[in-house]
Design a protein around this ligand. Structure first.
Ligand code: G
Ligand code: G
Ligand code: MN
Ligand code: NA
Length: 255
């Protein structure tokens, strides 16, 4: 099977590439504040193909630029629908790749998705990993500043696992810092695990950024996190990435 050509074909179809959504909750009361979209490929013969398989290929071939555009359009369309039903406080964080950022196309893609959906820019977050941001910090800073000027928020993913340069962190215009699940998993297990998360949380707090702890799987992790200035949590404990219909059920219950 030629995965690259299959992926090209899939992008040209309607409905084969879709998004699932994972809830991000407020740690104080467990209420849903927003979602992260995660791309899925529903192949007609093979069923769901894992993003771990096709995202790296899409990165190599450059197809990620088109996939990323699709994610922005689909995600903003869905977000606009949630706003019509449940009010416009709910936010959505959409992953973007190094290629989208490097070629700066992401700015036009974001503008287009906002225009098509009419969604409130402040409810959209652009999520990029720390490694992507730091691979070419000058380009990243310039591109992110353009996105921030649109009123769109910026979220730094997998924080703490990339080669983060503290020299640049002050200049990166981001709103939300996501603490990688590597740290969350060690949180309740050792004094050291707790100390590392405390240190990251202090850094984020001092920079005036909101934070998400990723990869929450157990209740004891929430208890530990509540003692820190971390507003949000995400992880299997609260919900796996799920299709739009299931999001509706969740939000119908909350609103
Ligand atoms: O969803 P998991 O659900 O298995 O996703 C695996 C990885 O795929 C994520 O860590 C993320 O880095 C990547 N990924 C998922 N959706 C997207 C997307 O829309 N764009 C990009 N660039 N990466 C994504
Ligand atoms: O964008 P990012 O690299 O953070 O992608 C999120 C990935 O993490 C997705 O593959 C998603 O399915 C996964 N994930 C989300 N919550 C949890 C969790 O609680 N535990 C584990 N092991 N993985 C998670
Ligand atoms: Mn992410
Ligand atoms: Na992450």
């Amino acid at each position: 099977l030629d995965v690259e050509n299959e992926l090209r074909r899939a992008i040209a179809q309607e409905g084969e590439i879709l998004l699932h959504y994972q809830p991000i909750v407020r740690l104080t009361d467990g209420q849903i504040a927003g979602f992260e979209s995660l791309m899925r490929w529903r192949h007609p013969g093979r069923g769901f193909v894992s993003p771990a398989e096709f995202i790296p290929l899409a990165e190599e071939t450059g197809l990620i630029v088109e996939l990323g555009q699709r994610a922005l359009i689909l995600g903003c369309r869905t977000l606009a629908e949630w706003h019509r039903r449940y009010g416009d406080e709910i936010w959505l964080s959409i992953n973007v790749s190094a290629r989208q950022l490097a070629e700066r196309v992401v700015v036009d893609q974001v503008k287009q998705a906002l225009q098509m959906s009419g969604v409130r820019p402040g409810a959209l977050k652009i999520e990029l990993t720390e490694s992507v941001a730091m691979a070419n910090p000058e380009t990243a800073i310039a591109t992110l500043e353009e996105i921030a000027e649109l009123g769109v928020k910026i979220s730094i993913d997998d924080f703490g696992t990339g080669h983060s340069s503290l020299a640049y962190i002050h200049r990166l215009p981001f709103d939300l810092l996501k603490i990688d699940r590597f740290f969350t998993s060690r949180l309740a297990e050792s004094r050291q695990g707790m100390e590392i998360v405390e240190t990251i949380a202090t850094l984020g707090h001092n920079l005036g950024r909101e934070m998400v702890a990723e990869g929450i799987e157990r209740k004891d992790q929430i208890a530990a996190l509540r003692t820190l200035p971390i507003t949000y949590g995400q992880g299997y404990y609260f919900g796996r990435p799920m299709p739009e219909e299931m999001v509706r059920e969740l939000l119908d219950r909350q609103y």
